[in-house]
Ligand binder design. Structure first.
Ligand SMILES: NC(=O)c1ccc[n+]([C@@H]2O[C@H](COP(=O)([O-])OP(=O)(O)OC[C@H]3O[C@@H](n4cnc5c(N)ncnc54)[C@H](OP(=O)(O)O)[C@@H]3O)[C@@H](O)[C@H]2O)c1
Length: 247
């Protein structure tokens, strides 16, 4: 497939490497220009492009940028083909992204994203830490393979997103509609806890919408206290913290 990726940071870079490695025709853009895309992404086979052309002539567009920047994507998708599927990886952290009133009032992140873009999305890869995503992909059938929840409203969007998740080395679990995708947002038991496909359904079912934002904020406060420089935080610490706080 022809895949465009908006965002070449922690998640976008790994997506570009993995999906290029799986044989897809991948182009990737950040906000600063193609010359600033890291060489390992290029070495994996992905093509750096200007953001203005990342959505042109693709079957899938993956958005992997800070949620606060998502409204900027609206202009990038003017040329996105009607058949193309958008898969979004966003998570909302008010301390980082700024308070968004609609989200503070309980709107689901992926529903807000569809409103910003004026197109439906699938929500995937949001509930895996960048470290686990890069390091822990496994072959299909491996008993230790980590699972990732995928939500979407349209069958085709969900089918495509789930297939791509599998190709990145993770089991894809159908998490239902976008309206239900709060179950995979920060603060919920399936969020960045590295569960297998056997455990994800119970984690999704036991999510508590009222408690999740508070738990998300407690986790971020704990991380910030322990690691004043966020880039020092380890994947192991994040997963253990989330498992302790979110279950
Ligand atoms: N990090 C994680 O563990 C993790 C896990 C799951 C999901 N997520 C979510 O996935 C998203 C990306 O996270 P990340 O950690 O990969 O972020 P990141 O490392 O900060 O990278 C963000 C990327 O987005 C690009 N960008 C920002 N605005 C843009 C625009 N208007 N047009 C094109 N590119 C733009 C940045 O480009 P420049 O550098 O050129 O500005 C950068 O390449 C976030 O919503 C995050 O919540 C993160």
């Amino acid at each position: 497939m022809k895949i465009g990726i908006v965002g070449a940071g922690s998640i976008g870079a790994t997506l570009a490497r993995k999906l290029s490695g799986a044989g897809h025709d991948v182009k990737v853009a950040n906000s600063r220009g193609p010359e600033t895309i890291s060489s390992d992404i290029v070495a994996a086979g992905a093509k750096p492009v200007e953001a203005s052309s990342v959505a042109t002539d693709v079957d899938v567009l993956i958005t992997s940028i800070p949620l606060s920047r998502m409204p900027e994507v609206k202009t990038l998708i003017e040329d996105l083909p009607a058949h193309a599927v958008i898969v979004d990886t966003s998570n909302y952290y008010p301390v980082r992204d700024g308070r968004v009133d609609a989200l503070e009032n309980g709107m689901v992140e992926s529903v807000w994203i569809t409103q910003q873009l004026g197109r439906p999305v699938a929500k995937a890869w949001n509930a895996i830490t960048a470290g686990s995503f890069e390091a822990y992909g496994r072959d299909d059938g491996d008993p230790d393979r980590i699972a990732i929840p995928v939500a979407a409203d349209r069958d085709h969007d969900k089918t495509v997103a789930m297939a791509l998740v599998e190709e990145t080395g993770f089991d894809a679990v159908d998490a239902g509609s976008l309206a239900e995708s709060w179950r995979q947002q920060p603060g919920s038991p399936s969020y960045c806890t590295d569960l297998t496909r056997q455990k994800i359904p119970h984690a999704l079912a036991s999510a508590d919408k009222a408690r999740s934002p508070h738990r998300r904020d407690i986790a971020l406060a704990a991380i910030t206290e322990r690691f004043p420089n966020y880039s020092d935080v380890t994947t192991d610490y994040l997963v253990r913290l989330h498992r302790a706080l979110y279950s």
